[in-house]
Design a protein around this ligand. Sequence first.
Ligand code: SR1
Ligand code: MG
Length: 396
Amino acid sequence: MSYTEVKEYEPLTEKTAVTLAKSLGLFSNEILMCNEIGDGNLNLVFHIKDQESQKGIIIKQALPYAKVVGESWPLTLQRSQIEANALKQHGAIVPHFVPEVFYQDELLAITVMEDLSYLRIVRNGLIEGERYPLLADHIGEYLAKTLFYTSEFALPPSKKKEFAKQFSNPELCRITEELVFTDPFFDSESNDFEEELYDEIQSIWQDSLLKLEAAKLKRKFLTEAEALLHGDLHTGSIFANQLETKVIDPEFAFYGPFGFDVGQFFANLIFQAITGNEEKRDFILQQIQQTWKSFVNHFTHAWLHHNIDNFAEVPGFLDSILNKIFEDSIGFAGCELIRRTIGLSHVKDLEGIADKDERIQNKKAALTIGKTCILEHSRVDSIQQFIVLLQEALTG
Ligand code: SR1
Ligand code: MG
């Protein structure tokens, strides 16, 4: 039987993934290599390769539960369609930054896409000291274009509402609402931290000013349907080499606030500034600055040439939008820094530090910077000011 005719959901194995690849007619050779390489929190990922032609594909399959927790946390398979559709939607805007989708199957919760194994996951590369000279320019462009061209600045409001409906993603949004915006600020069961951090964590739980700002940021995430977000833009969702950058895994995509993706990217770079030596820190801070510069350039260009809003040329409107995105992104970065340090789902940048004292010191720094970002986000007026703030906190 052709695997594309399967009538019921079942998780693939390396063997059935090969059968599926053959059924799709994507390979002429009979002998294919297959490895399950998924190291994320949620899905199976099969890398299939024809050794002769060196041609490969990726088959990603959603599991009906969160792999990181187990079957006790059921999770919608519909996220696979959301992801494939977001890849296509964003791919239509920035094809050079998104893997091509060859096939999608709703029943099997499968997306078959371009093999990016010639690139590296940015988180792993950065941890090992690699540099990606074009990453900041590319991600700034990716963010500016995907966000602008899915917003009402480029789409008629009725079209935007149609997309917002298509990308309604309540179960995955709930994960973010709880794990990023709620649980780390309370004594919640899902939190995960070493006891050496307890004093710092208690001070977070007892800080009502911090919690007020976190509550406002959570509300933005819940209510501001500004653009089609990636929804989980950490450095583990980005492949790169010296020349190319590709953004993967938009299963958390939904219509949310412009600044969320920007802030998650900032936060995940900040982990590298925290854990690196002085030279690395300066390099990473420069990358953050360059990302924002690239974002502003591309967003401004799109605004000047493709904004369909009657108010587009009103003096001050573009600046006020850019200012809002910037402030929000710093606040969201703060939430991401805290959640990846004490909530569920940590980052290798911190967890990979073998020496316990060093690890705890780095985590304390992440919490301090996270708190500063949340408390100060609406007072930071420029990227230069943000970089100074980070420099002070990092050398503090
Ligand atoms: C249960 S999922 C935990 C985290 O993994 C994903 O990458 C998202 O960041 C999510 O919050
Ligand atoms: Mg992911």
